[in-house]
Design a protein. Structure first.
Length: 172
């Protein structure tokens, strides 16, 4: 993790490399890394480089959306297996029913709100909303991806707002 952060910081003076790394990092955060993506936003926030922050935010949103698309496809392909497997144990079946109910009840708004929370791991909500999507009927793919993309942008905006409000109260 420290090496990845150092590589990211070393590339800061070459914006296209920085944003490409942020894009790739966002894909990994969506798929396998249960850590927040905000690490890529710290340097542009500290430098008050709003153009860089916007570019990095767009790169992150695009990367997280691509990662979410891959997980969505994965979820459609293994959802049946999860149902079969969970039918063997009452506790597992109960968890699957509750997760399906959560996805169906909260839908795109729930996904959007969860993914908009700064410093929250994206991996778990994306998997829950993909794997328990009732065979693709609770959430349509394109709307699922739009919710992911907009939530990523919203998260950057919220983090930026918190950063600048906090700076007023706690000057560096």
């Amino acid at each position: 993790m420290v090496d990845l952060l150092q590589i990211l910081l070393d590339s800061y003076n070459t914006p296209w490399i920085y944003m490409l790394l942020a894009f790739g990092y966002a894909i990994l955060v969506a798929i396998i890394l249960p850590i927040p993506i905000e690490i890529a936003l710290v340097k542009p926030l500290v430098d008050q480089n709003f153009g860089f922050l916007l570019g990095t935010g767009l790169a992150i949103a695009a990367g997280k959306t691509l990662g979410a698309w891959l997980i969505f496809i994965f979820g459609l392909n293994i959802e049946g297996s999860i149902r079969k497997w969970s039918a063997r144990w009452r506790v597992a079946a109960w968890i699957v029913r509750k997760a399906e109910k959560l996805v169906q009840k909260t839908g795109y708004a729930g996904l959007y709100l969860l993914l908009s929370i700064p410093l929250m791991s994206d991996t778990i909500p994306i998997y829950v909303y993909s794997l328990f999507n009732q065979e693709g009927k609770a959430l349509e793919r394109n709307m699922f991806l739009i919710a992911n993309f907009l939530a990523a942008l919203n998260r950057v905006a919220i983090l930026g707002a918190i950063w600048f409000v906090a700076r007023e109260f706690f000057p560096i």
